[in-house]
Design a protein around this ligand. Structure first.
Ligand code: TYM
Length: 330
């Protein structure tokens, strides 16, 4: 069976629709027929200032949401990154393999550090992609289901794996990014040329899984639309409508062209009401299931501990092979 690995940061109280459509929906689909490892990457979340109580709460909320969205602990290994210390062990080796210039070219680092101001950006933000490479390579993953914004990090991971293999002997599987064409980048519904984002999005532009149905209904009805009145997929001229068409299509399963046909001659108002209905009804049972799961913390912790044990066993095999090939005395 092919191996799949992906990760998500517990940096907010709720995942948003971009996280789900760009990544987690594919995680759920890939559980069948693949050996899947899904990781809540809490160490990655430390690259920005964190409050201890919030980190704990958000890690558990992440687990509850992933389960509610359809990740099954019977089919997948769901775990917390910090519970598997091999991530840090391999992370260091990846840092020692990466050129300073190469790391400086990572666009996420450039964006985030320029927002934080070069002096206040953490060193951890700079080395973040090397820890991500370790996350992937530890599990010898074949596929990494992510949104478009992670493509460059997966490319770096492949480069590092290839470099290590050619210097020290075959050790790592070269992973492939698994990025859907249709939902690789969901945009902010208030600023539809920018990515929907936990860190930089406007509150009104980000549709959160844990938001109340009423709040999401209101947000979508106030989504920014474009000039003209035709419901047509045209990301350049109509970024707002195109983004809403993408969201509707991904959740309802109707094709974009079928939706264009359905709303021909109707205005943006009718279309937004239909998108709101689809999103709210899709998320309603998911939010309810996540809230219920959060009531039994012990159950969540049991699932995560079991996952971390399984992940740790696989990770240890890779670390042992890596150390051996590096010449570390074992
Ligand atoms: P994170 O936590 O920012 O996002 C989790 C996943 O959601 C995707 N995503 C989006 N997809 C489409 N449209 C959007 N607007 C959108 N916003 C987010 C991301 O591409 C991602 O797949 N570095 C990673 C976490 C990570 C990881 C890994 C991923 C750490 N280690 C190993 C894969 C493999 C990140 O910050 O994702």
């Amino acid at each position: 069976m092919k191996r799949v690995l992906s990760g998500i940061q517990p940096t907010s109280d709720s995942f948003h629709l971009g996280n789900y459509l760009g990544a987690v929906k594919q995680w759920v689909e890939l559980q069948d027929g693949h050996d899947a490892f899904y990781c809540i990457v809490d160490l990655h979340a430390l690259t920005v200032e964190t409050d201890p109580a919030l980190l704990r709460k958000r890690t558990l909320a992440s687990a509850a949401q992933l389960l509610a969205l359809g990740i099954s602990p019977e089919k997948s290994t769901l775990f917390v990154q910090s519970q598997v210390p091999q991530h840090n062990q391999l992370g260091w080796i990846m840092e020692c393999l990466t050129g300073f210039g190469e790391a400086s070219r990572m666009t996420q680092f450039k964006d985030k550090s320029s927002k934080a101001g070069a002096d206040s950006a953490r060193v951890g933000l700079f080395t973040y992609p090397m820890l991500q490479a370790a996350d992937i390579l530890l599990y010898q993953a074949d596929y990494v289901p992510v949104g478009e914004d992670q493509r460059q990090h997966i490319e770096l991971t492949r480069d590092l794996a290839g470099r290590f293999n050619s210097r020290y002997g075959q050790t790592f599987q070269l992973p492939e990014a698994y990025i859907l064409k249709t939902a690789a980048k969901i945009n902010d519904i208030q600023e539809p040329t920018a990515k929907m984002s936990k860190s930089s999005g406007s509150v009104a532009g980000v549709i959160e899984i844990m938001d109340s149905p009423e709040a999401n209904l209101k947000k979508i009805k106030s989504a920014v639309t474009d000039a003209g009145r035709e419901v047509k997929f045209d990301p350049i001229e109509k970024p707002g409508i195109s983004n809403l068409l993408t969201i509707h299509s991904a959740l309802s399963g109707s094709s974009i062209s079928a939706l264009e046909g359905e709303f021909a001659g109707k205005g943006y108002g009718d279309f937004k009401a239909a998108v709101a209905e689809v999103v709210v009804e899709y998320l309603r049972p998911i939010r309810a299931a996540a809230l219920e799961l959060l009531e039994d913390e012990k159950h969540l912790l049991d699932i995560l501990h079991q996952g971390s044990q399984k992940a740790g066993a696989v990770a240890q095999e890779t670390i042992s092979a890596t150390y051996k090939n590096l010449g570390v005395v074992l």
